[in-house]
Design a protein around this ligand. Structure first.
Ligand code: GLC
Length: 559
């Protein structure tokens, strides 16, 4: 087995920043962010220390799912910019040494993709097997699978007299990856983007491309109850065929030193290795959903981080993330955005940038952007949340209760416009944005934080600087120094004869513990923290709410 530890890769060392282009910066005044907006802010990202950006889909799309419904894999969505703009972005990123990772949405296309329109016409056309078509079963859907956006996963097409499968909304028909033509077409697009200078792909629903042979029914009667089952029991995910395909995908990327990053659900640390272990040659990085899905439960986060670190040790590389465009904001879920907004955002950032794995954060996390307040169902823009709302209410749940749930967990929280300043519309656009601006932009915005040396933004910047120059924080061994369920927590990162100990108080109250042995007796010095530490009594750690500190172990004889 190839050893990971010292094998350097750019995607192990850089901090990734996720850009949701529609909400980043609008330079045309149409209320929607664009590629030129990203170009304009490259100096900002560079100054922050970002090494790579993941840009959510920018391909042509009817935008039913904000670009996750592609209608042409070879062109740029005119709402977002032009091919010229994108080439310009590549150029500017290169000059600034920022890598670009594109989203790759190939489990499904838009129903407006010319392939689908052709495929839907009849059973015998050149694209007839590009999608997953099935006859009706006793006058109904071929099986009882549910779509992720609510309702059945099958929709009837009269012209073809068949159903097509859609794991998500009916506007997103699933491609048939058993078709050689589909693979040929998509691989040729991938190559085109690589030749243009893109440095990798985030594969949307990466382990979903092959579905269970024979399309068996899921065991539960109610489609809603099947949602978990369908995914979890591998009817949708992790089916034969996927590994061979991913190996071919990776082969395409290797000559470009491009990264393969998989969005993959329903895996454990052990089963993730089937995809991400170095010797598999399939994908380089995997989204570790159990960590993000811990939904604010730090005991679970710590447990998962530990389990991944143990399972991946020398076999694969970790990632770490607390939020993305499909989740609520990290400080609202994992921190205390009401009472300790500043301290808890910094505490989360410290964990993200010092625990093992490539860190990914979502635009706005560097200033602690929060969830917004949803005042009514009409405010929901997201197709998935609207579908879930409808489904749940139709099953008898009270609309008020569903709304309260969705208000916290809905995907729009992560998609509100970037809060650049306290100007109207948060400096995102001079016209009304496509989605409501979070009303707290007057308080929480980049301009304000740029001017404050003690802000979350400047803290993040300094921490990234520290991480970049400290190989131990990137490649060092991870050793938890406290049990997962302790509120005060510590871990060490050690490489050769250098060691760091990072401590946290994941609570809105003061807490203390007997310090881990590694830092007792003046054995370490404090090098970074989110509070001013006046008396550092090292044998006992007295920590304020959401306090975090980084200690460096002293070398022999060091004072
Ligand atoms: C992924 C994306 C999500 C999208 C879905 C369908 O989970 O992250 O935003 O709706 O796939 O493409």
């Amino acid at each position: 087995m190839q050893s990971s530890k010292h094998k350097k890769s750019w995607w192990k060392e850089r901090v990734f920043y996720q850009i949701y282009p529609l909400s980043f910066l609008d330079t045309t005044g149409n209320g929607k962010g664009d590629i030129n907006g990203i170009i304009k802010k490259i100096p900002y990202l560079n100054d922050l220390g970002i090494g790579a950006i993941w840009i959510c889909p920018i391909y042509s799309s009817p935008m039913k799912d904000n670009g996750y419904d592609v209608s042409d894999y070879n062109s740029i969505n005119p709402i977002i910019g032009s091919m010229h703009d994108f080439k310009e972005l590549i150029k500017i990123c290169k000059i600034n040494d920022i890598k670009i990772m594109m989203d790759l949405v190939i489990n499904h296309t838009s129903n407006k993709h010319p392939w689908f329109m052709e495929s839907a016409k009849s059973k015998n056309n050149p694209k007839s097997d590009y999608y997953i078509w099935r006859d009706a079963k006793e006058g109904k859907e071929p099986n009882n699978w549910a779509a992720d956006c609510g309702g059945s996963a099958w929709t009837w097409v009269e012209s073809r007299k068949q159903y097509y499968l859609h794991s998500f909304s009916k506007y997103q028909p699933d491609l048939n990856w058993r078709s050689k033509e589909v693979k040929k077409e998509i691989f040729s697009s991938i190559k085109k983007w690589l030749d243009m200078g893109v440095n990798g792909f985030r594969m949307d629903m990466g382990n979903f491309l092959f579905k269970a042979e024979g399309f068996p029914d899921a065991p539960k009667k109610n489609r809603w109850d099947n949602r978990k089952y369908i995914h979890g029991e591998h009817l949708y995910a992790n089916n034969p065929g996927i590994h061979k395909l991913l190996k071919e995908f990776k082969k395409l990327l290797v000559p470009y030193d491009a990264v393969a990053f998989g969005e993959m659900y329903f895996l454990t640390p052990e089963s993730s290795l089937d995809y991400v272990a170095y010797d598999r040659n399939e994908i380089d990085l995997i989204y570790e959903y159990p960590i993000m899905d811990a939904r604010g439960n730090w005991t679970e986060v710590k447990k998962q981080v530990r389990l991944y670190a143990e399972a991946f040790k020398d076999m694969a590389w970790n990632t770490l993330t607390f939020s993305n465009h499909d989740s609520p904001r990290s400080v609202s879920v994992f921190g205390d955005s009401e009472q300790f907004h500043d301290k808890s955002a910094k505490c989360i950032m410290t964990f993200l940038l010092t625990a093992p794995g490539t860190p990914f954060f979502l635009q706005g996390e560097e200033i602690g952007m929060t969830n917004m307040k949803l005042s009514g169902v009409d405010e929901l823009t997201d197709i998935k949340m609207k579908g879930i709302y409808k489904d749940r209410v139709s099953r008898g749940e009270s609309s008020q209760k569903v709304l309260v749930d969705l208000s916290f967990w809905n995907r729009d929280n992560a998609r509100t416009p970037m809060q650049w300043s306290d100007k109207k519309f948060a400096g995102f656009s001079w016209n009304k944005p496509w989605i409501k601006v979070n009303s707290n932009y007057i308080e929480i915005n980049i301009k304000k934080q740029q001017n404050n040396p003690d802000s979350i933004l400047n803290y993040t910047k300094n921490l990234i600087k520290l991480r970049k120059k400290t190989r131990t924080l990137i490649y060092g061994d991870f050793l938890p120094l406290c049990p997962d369920n302790w509120t005060v927590y510590a871990f060490s990162r050690k490489l050769d004869n250098e060691e760091y100990v990072i401590v946290f108080n994941f609570a809105s109250q003061d807490n203390n513990i007997i310090a881990p042995e590694k830092i007792q007796n003046n054995k370490a010095k404090l090098i970074f923290s989110n509070y001013i530490v006046k008396y550092d009594v090292l044998d006992i750690l007295y920590l304020k709410p959401w306090e975090t500190r980084i200690y460096k172990a002293k070398k022999h004889g060091e004072i």
